[in-house]
Design a binder for this molecule. Structure first.
Ligand code: COA
Length: 282
């Protein structure tokens, strides 16, 4: 799909880069010539992913870091600069989420998700954005949000995440304007269901729930990691230089199904359609 050196010379920092979609994006960027610096809480997956990136011939470094802690974020950026030189691209991918009835949540549960998703994204955006503006160099930021983050959207049972991701989307669009004169571009991706250990164990923790979700999907399938990684590549590449402040949904049409008044007609059996058509002819 892309020329092999599309991301050549780029130094990309990814939060949550050791596992799941962060790992898949990192490997894809490395294939296309980028060097990677990975940040997450657990060392083992970070070391593994960094090795896999090096096996593709790219440079890779990592550091453990809780994105909620701004001092740790500053140290992580300094470590990335030591390893790769100037970082020019940031992917805010680290997330925290769980399915829960909101009235059962503790205030600290809300804090945990807001801290990781909203504050964590702000911490890296601020840390790198300041450096880019100070050094008068361009920068590129991609934020991973969710379809329930959009204006007029939302979702029950994931309220802390919905609030946090809506905030990240507001940050993306606000800074896309504010920092455009500095040559800094920000975009977001709102992924639908892409199977990962982290999300599945929290959001679809049984075969039954997984089957139900797949069956409800208009395409009857989940996303493939390469589909998301390729979209992320495009948005980060120079080819997308005029795309700024955009949020691209990649969910196979799932959220539209939830939004339309008659979308549930998807469930209607053929007989019922025949009956409706007969009624029209009368
Ligand atoms: N339902 C309700 N509350 C929950 C919960 C659940 N499933 N899981 C955790 N909490 C609450 C805890 O009880 C705690 O509140 P308390 O101190 O009042 O008891 C609070 O959330 C923080 O939990 P803790 O385990 O101390 O936080 P943590 O910082 O280690 O973990 C989470 C943060 C909870 C978001 C955890 O799920 C996580 O680290 N996730 C990262 C990866 C991820 O979620 N990926 C999926 C992306 S879709």
């Amino acid at each position: 799909m892309f020329e092999r050196d599309l991301l050549k010379g780029r130094n990309i920092l990814i939060t949550g880069g050791g596992t799941g979609l962060g790992r898949s994006m990192a490997l894809r960027f490395a294939e296309l010539g980028a060097n990677l610096f990975l940040v997450a809480r657990r060392e083992e997956p970070l070391a593994q992913t960094a090795n896999d990136i090096r096996a593709k011939g790219a440079k890779a470094g990592y550091v453990t870091c809780d994105v909620r802690d701004f001092a740790a974020v500053e140290n992580a950026i300094a470590a990335a600069e030591k390893e790769l030189g100037t970082v020019d691209t940031l992917v805010n991918n680290a997330a925290g989420n769980f399915i829960a009835r909101t009235e059962k949540l503790s205030p600290n549960a809300f804090n945990a998700v807001i801290g990781i998703v909203l504050q964590g994204t702000f911490h890296f955006t601020l840390g790198l954005g300041r450096r880019w503006i100070e050094a008068k160099q361009p920068g590129n930021i991609l934020n991973i949000v969710a379809t329930y983050a959009a204006v007029g959207s939302g979702s029950g049972f994931v309220v802390p995440s919905a609030c946090a991701k809506a905030g990240v989307l507001a940050m993306t669009r606000s800074l896309a304007v504010e920092w455009a004169p500095h040559g800094i571009r920000l975009n977001a991706i709102a992924p639908g269901p892409f199977p990962t250990e982290g999300a599945w164990s929290r959001l679809l923790p049984s075969k039954e729930l997984e089957d139900r979700a797949k069956n409800y999907h208009p395409m009857k399938r989940f996303g493939r990691h390469d589909e998301l990684a390729n979209l992320a590549t495009y948005l980060l590449s120079q080819q997308a230089e005029y795309v700024n402040g955009e949020c691209v949904v990649i969910d196979g049409g799932l959220w539209l199904r939830g939004a339309g008044e008659f979308n549930d007609f998807l469930e209607l059996p053929q007989q019922a359609w025949d009956m409706l058509e007969q009624a029209r002819k009368k």
